[in-house]
Ligand binder design. Structure first.
Ligand SMILES: NC(=O)c1ccc[n+]([C@@H]2O[C@H](COP(=O)([O-])OP(=O)(O)OC[C@H]3O[C@@H](n4cnc5c(N)ncnc54)[C@H](O)[C@@H]3O)[C@@H](O)[C@H]2O)c1
Ligand SMILES: O=C(O)C(=O)C[C@]1(C(=O)O)C=C[C@@H](O)C=C1
Length: 312
């Protein structure tokens, strides 16, 4: 059962509008107060009708709220925390949905007043679309929501937030923030960077050869173009704020790529065959373990393989 009565959604886009739709679907009868920076977005959200009320400012939206969810790009979150701090109600929970965790904790937690809990969160669910019209109630169904609570946070507050995400359809787990950032670098951030790069390469090639690279693209490349259509502000902020983990995984990726490049150049078919046999076994292992093909389960697989990172 959802224990909150007044939910503030800061930033009206894909994730916040999906939260609002999923709340309605769950039968939530409390207040949902949303806000966004631009008057145009606030008007668009008001017309879509998923909020009880649209506030003019972040501070106005959090006044009286017992749950505040920061749903903006990662780079804006510290400034928003500073802005809302004086208006937060004692006993309220502040959370976020950002795709990275350590930098958000550094930026937000210094502003959170005593008597308010800050419990960082990340629903592992999304699409390449953005804005208030892109949300839908089913987005979080059967997807993981990872909470990365700070030391000393009361268990009851963490459980309350976990129950909230379960009511939206999610499976909930907790994780150390720096481990989260490393796992997500493998399962989401570097794959996005690769997709962005591959689409850029194909575009370049098409311009050079005037061939029909994009028109005749096969399914794999089409998936890359879907991912590469994701919001540029969101992804700029992800890479700037998960720099260390992204560079570490990118380094490992490059080493493997060079080894495969060398095998192709030298005609080392055994290396290629062994490598592809190994990766196929990984995929089959995930399916045999009874986990479906959704990204969050792959995330669990990667999380189990990576050593926990020391908090920085
Ligand atoms: N899109 C995904 O696939 C996905 C999945 C999981 C988590 N996330 C995370 O969720 C967050 C939101 O992503 P989204 O996809 O909903 O983005 P979105 O672009 O659809 O929505 C973000 C909204 O925040 C608003 N905004 C920006 N700065 C603001 C500010 N200072 N004050 C108030 N509003 C502001 C924007 O105008 C926009 O309306 C990001 O931190 C992202 O990392 C995204
Ligand atoms: O499905 C997609 O389009 C996504 O990119 C969603 C996705 C992901 O990489 O899985 C993207 C970023 C998030 O922080 C969580 C989920």
């Amino acid at each position: 059962m959802i224990e909150y009565k007044h939910v503030a959604l800061l930033g009206l886009g894909l994730i916040s509008s999906s939260i609002a739709h999923a709340l309605r679907r769950a039968g939530f009868d409390g207040k949902i107060v949303g806000t966004a920076r631009s008057a145009a977005t606030r008007q668009q959200a008001a017309a879509l009708g998923f909020c009880t009320r649209i506030a003019e400012t972040n501070r106005e939206a959090v006044t009286g709220a017992d749950l505040v969810i920061i749903c903006t790009p990662v780079g804006a979150m510290g400034g928003i925390a500073a802005e809302i701090a004086p208006a937060l109600s004692p006993g309220a929970t502040v959370t976020d949905v950002g795709s990275v965790k350590c930098r958000i904790i550094e930026a937000v937690s210094p502003h959170i007043p005593d008597g308010v809990d800050f419990i960082p969160g990340h629903p592992l669910a999304g699409t390449e679309h953005s804005g208030p019209a892109s949300g839908f109630a089913e987005l979080f169904d059967n997807r993981w929501c990872l909470l990365t609570p700070l030391e000393g946070t009361e268990t009851a507050a963490i459980e309350r937030l976990g129950t909230f995400w379960q009511a939206l359809g999610s499976r909930v787990d907790t994780m150390d923030p720096s481990h989260h950032d490393l796992v997500l670098a493998v399962t989401s951030h570097v794959p996005h960077l690769i997709a962005y790069t591959m689409v850029g390469v194909a575009d370049d090639l098409q311009r050079v050869t005037e061939s029909e690279v994009v028109n005749y693209s096969a399914a794999g490349f089409r998936d890359f173009t879907r991912i590469a259509a994701s919001d540029p502000t969101m992804w700029r902020d992800v890479f700037l704020n998960n720099k260390e983990a992204t560079l570490e995984i990118l380094g490992r990726f490059t080493e493997e790529l060079f080894a495969l490049q060398r095998a192709i150049r030298t005609g080392d078919g055994d290396h290629l065959h062994d490598y592809f046999t190994h990766t196929r076994a990984i995929r089959r292992g995930i399916i045999d373990a009874g986990q479906d093909t959704a990204a969050p389960d792959f995330g669990r697989f990667v999380a189990a393989k990576l050593p926990p990172k020391e908090p920085s």
